[in-house]
Design a protein around this ligand. Structure first.
Ligand code: ADP
Length: 267
């Protein structure tokens, strides 16, 4: 927006105001995303919860039916809870409200504590979990809580999308520049055309019946990707249908950008 200031035909100056349109566009995009999430993703669990609650009110209901309905309500509320929490986590990271608290991390500690606390989900399907980490693996500079979240998401997906009595293997490798974490399963696999899209918000593979039956928000991998991006790492997946999938994450070993920032702060 520009305007010329003239007094008696003489030009005294030009005032110019700039508006940051990229920011406004981003806010618009976010609003559209929230509206579409509310209409598609939140509506379906809410409709189930309301519908089955109404059925529960029927006085002639058998105990067995009442238990079935209550279980559906519980399942749908959990789904709603997971959806909202993950969505808020992603938004906080995207907007920079959630800061990355980097410390020197022993990746083996992080992986083992996440798997120990959640091994019951694999046990319930008879899935073996193997962790292979070389003894002399170096530390990485990363946010413990966030990396724990990444490992938990990849591990629980590996369990969810695998048949019973298979194996999950978590491997950590090192090279000069980065640490590579691989989460391998012997599960249903991911169709090739979906391999890039699984990291998009709300995307779920729908072709496979076994996959379809599993509950999910389609936000886990979007959150994982956001966290890895914040750490200047990379994430990708390789997969073979009905053979299994491997998720790869890399974390830079020394983050020169962070050291630069730290020295700027000291100046
Ligand atoms: P969800 O809540 O649906 O699990 P995610 O964002 O974690 O959401 O994953 C997105 C989709 O990617 C899943 O719905 C599933 O179709 C596919 N997927 C993720 N991990 C695996 C895996 N280990 N094996 C097969 N498919 C997977």
């Amino acid at each position: 927006v520009g305007s010329e200031m003239c007094i008696r035909d003489r030009l005294y100056g030009v005032a110019t105001a700039f508006r940051d349109l990229t920011k406004e566009k981003e806010i618009d995009r976010k609003k559209t995303e929230v509206v579409s999430m509310v209409s598609h993703e939140l509506r379906s669990p809410l409709t189930s919860i309301a519908g089955f609650s109404e059925l529960l009110l029927d006085e002639n209901l058998t105990r067995e039916k009442a238990r079935d309905y209550a279980n559906i309500i519980l399942k749908e509320s959990r789904r709603l809870n997971d959806l909202i929490n993950k969505y808020l986590d992603i938004s906080r990271i995207e907007s920079g409200k959630s800061e990355v608290h980097r410390t020197l991390l022993n990746i083996e500690d992080v992986i083992r504590s996440v798997i120990d606390m959640n091994s019951f989900i694999a046990e319930s399907k008879g899935i073996d979990v193997e962790i292979r980490i070389p003894e002399n693996i170096s530390n990485v500079f990363a946010d413990r809580q966030m990396i724990g979240e990444v490992i938990l998401n990849l591990f629980s997906n590996a369990v969810k999308y695998s048949p019973s009595n298979t194996r999950i293997t978590i491997v950590v490798e090192d090279n000069d520049k980065e640490q590579i974490i691989k989460v391998m399963d012997q599960g249903y696999g991911i169709p090739e055309k979906a391999l890039n899209r699984i990291f998009d918000k709300f995307y779920r593979v729908t072709e496979n019946e076994n996959v379809q039956e599993e509950e999910g928000s389609g936000l886990g991998l979007a959150l994982v990707k956001e966290i890895i991006n914040k750490h200047n790492g990379r994430i990708w997946a390789e997969s073979q249908l009905n053979r299994g999938s491997t998720f790869f994450i890399t974390l830079p070993k020394t983050n020169t950008e962070d050291f630069d920032k730290a020295s700027v702060c000291l100046l």
